[in-house]
Design a protein around this ligand. Sequence first.
Ligand code: ZN
Length: 67
Amino acid sequence: MAKKKKGPRQIAGLQCTVCKQFGYVTEFNKNNDQLKKQASGKSTFPISKYCKKCRKHTEHKMMKKLK
Ligand SMILES: [Zn+2]
């Protein structure tokens, strides 16, 4: 069994930058500060993901809205 990660975790939505649809929900560790990295352009975001609405791969940004 894989060990579960401890620590502060946050739910984030991956929002399509084309249609603004939340297609994915992801969990990330607060300590990773992905949102800050995203803002400074140092993270892997925006990432290319398949959007069901656009029916193609589009860029997705991590949004903190979801809880
Ligand atoms: Zn889309």
